[in-house]
Design a protein around this ligand. Structure first.
Ligand code: PEP
Length: 251
């Protein structure tokens, strides 16, 4: 059976105190017997604190929301995969659409980030997804498959086995508008078969593909029912421990 993952993406929210409080509330309220792996995607400032106070307890993991595409050196303001790993956290979210849109991250740069994350023993959650105009033109499958081809297809089988994918249609992020469960399932199945064309069916079948985009307690169960939907990447609803855990427990 494929691993299920529900990852929160706090984005640029929560100062140090507020972030610690939220993470500890998730830890306190989690039973430890959830069907899904819990991952908290936090700003860099929280990583060290949460690595000590949360990571590994009740199976909870913490993710950075980005890493540099350079290994080290004169890149002011950047944070390397090696630095992230040194805090004690084990995950990194890469290629979120906000990073692609506002910070011009390209598929090629994301390939370099993936390589560095994997080389430093971080588990990447690789985001992909189409903007509204692509969905309206009905070219979403080719668009998202290209993102995977250009960022992932150079990976060895061994490295591919370590990654998870989050499909996040951009028109559904933070808009209150979710993809229907049928739209999510259809895209996930397309992506899995695309991954199988490069890495083989068994490897593709083992890769968790999460859905993201206005997922909340009221719609999570229906979305997660798709056989190729293996969890969620949760933005807004991850800022409230009860809502986030309700989504985790929607399986
Ligand atoms: C996200 O940013 O990854 C996301 C899915 O946001 P939201 O759940 O708020 O739509």
């Amino acid at each position: 059976m494929r691993k299920k993952i529900v990852a929160g993406n706090w984005k640029m929210n929560n100062d140090l105190e507020a972030g610690k409080k939220l993470a500890l509330e998730v830890l306190e309220k989690a039973t430890g017997n959830e069907e899904a792996q819990i991952v908290l995607g936090t700003p860099f400032i929280h990583l060290t604190t949460l690595a000590v106070s949360v990571v590994g307890q009740k199976g909870i993991e913490v993710a950075a929301q980005n890493c540099s595409d350079k290994a080290s050196g004169a890149y002011t303001g950047e944070v390397s995969a090696e630095m992230i790993k040194s805090t004690g956290v084990n995950y990194v979210i890469l290629g979120h659409s906000e990073r692609r849109e506002y910070f011009n991250e390209t598929n090629e740069q994301l390939a370099a980030k993936l390589d560095l994350a994997l080389a430093n023993d971080l588990t990447p959650i690789f985001c992909c997804g189409e903007p509204l105009e692509i969905r309206e033109a009905d070219t979403q499958y080719d668009y998202v498959k290209k993102q995977l081809t250009e960022s992932l297809f150079h990976l060895s089988a061994e490295d591919f086995a370590k990654i998870s994918i989050a499909y996040e249609p951009i028109w559904a992020i933070g808009t209150g508008k979710t993809a229907t469960s049928a739209q999510a399932q259809e895209m996930h199945a397309e992506l899995r078969s695309h991954l199988a064309s490069q890495f083989g069916q068994a490897a593709a079948d083992a890769c968790p593909i999460l859905y993201g985009g206005s997922c909340k307690p009221s719609n999570a169960k229906e979305i997660f029912e798709g056989p190729d939907v293996d969890g969620g990447l949760i933005g807004g609803a991850s800022l409230n421990a009860d809502d986030f855990l309700a989504i985790v427990n929607a399986f």
